[in-house]
Design a protein around this ligand. Structure first.
Ligand SMILES: [Zn+2]
Length: 286
């Protein structure tokens, strides 16, 4: 069965044609979020049209934000707030459309076709411009009551901490996302440095900021680990390229209760940039 998987990011929209095992076609275009809703929708359609075939059964969409029944309640990257993407695409393509949060789609892709295949309770964590996460438990994406479960990036680690992209204070994302790390560095030194360079640098201040990043991320993850008792945490996203899974696991063990980490593994994504699209293409299986 052929399905289309689409990943709507803040910069690009990517689509694949997937036969359940292999990617048959791929296309990527700029999303052009600043040009407004019409252009964004045009770019999404252009990208889907480049890969879709007549015998495509379903289209799965992976996108940042909170989506309930296909409608965006919150859309941080593209101007689609309050827009029902599912209904729009159903009208256009007359096929089954599934719209899912991007971190959930990432976790789902890694669970079904990536490094999480043997996992039973799994956290997929995307550390990039923001921090998104999806929870897979017992062969399902754990959605919660209104579809917003698994927001580990927005758990509170310091109630007096900096303001997060969501408007609340002291969330993990405000400290440990790419911009969060750069802000902490800038506050300390007065200078801007790109997050990857902070990780690569050998000076004392950069090393301290990196150590603090591991500590703070581990606090957030230890809270999640205590609640969920997962067997695997899979790291994806730009910042995670700089993270060492073993160092992070050691820190998580420092904060979580002993019984919750005995079988815990922290690993990097296997599907890389394709995880979102593959997860999206497999969403109809949910
Ligand atoms: Zn937040």
């Amino acid at each position: 069965m052929k399905t289309v998987g689409v990943d709507i990011g803040g910069t690009n929209v990517r689509a694949i044609l997937f036969d359940g095992k292999r990617i048959l076609k791929k296309c990527s275009n700029r999303i052009e979020a600043k040009k407004g809703r019409k252009q964004v929708l045009r770019n999404i359609i252009k990208t889907i049209d480049a890969v879709i075939t007549k015998d495509t059964r379903t289209i799965g969409m992976s996108t940042a934000g909170v989506i309930v029944d296909g409608r965006y309640l919150f859309s941080p990257n593209v101007p689609l707030a309050n827009f029902n993407l599912k209904r729009f695409l159903e009208k256009k393509y007359k096929k089954k459309i599934v719209v899912e949060n991007d971190a959930n789609a990432f976790a789902w892709g890694e669970y079904l076709r990536g490094i999480g295949r043997k996992s039973r309770i799994m956290i997929g964590l995307i550390v990039g411009t923001g921090i998104g996460s999806g929870i897979i438990a017992n062969n399902k994406i754990y959605e919660g009551t209104t579809g917003s479960a698994g927001e580990i990036g927005h758990t509170v680690i310091d109630r007096n901490g900096p303001t997060c992209s969501c408007g609340k204070k002291g969330h993990v994302e405000a400290f440990c996302s790419g911009p969060g790390i750069e802000r902490r560095y800038q506050k300390k030194t007065g200078n801007y440095r790109f997050v990857k360079d902070i990780f690569d640098a050998k000076d004392t201040t950069s090393k301290m900021i990196v150590e603090e990043t591991y500590e703070l991320l581990a606090v957030g993850l230890a809270n999640a680990v205590n609640i969920l008792n997962p067997d695997m945490i899979i790291l994806g996203g730009g910042v995670s390229n700089s993270l060492q899974p073993k160092r992070l696991l050691k820190k998580i063990k420092k904060y979580a209760i002993p019984g919750s980490t005995t079988k815990l593994k922290v690993v990097k994504s296997r599907l890389g940039n394709d995880a979102g699209c593959i997860g999206a293409a497999l969403l109809p299986k949910k």
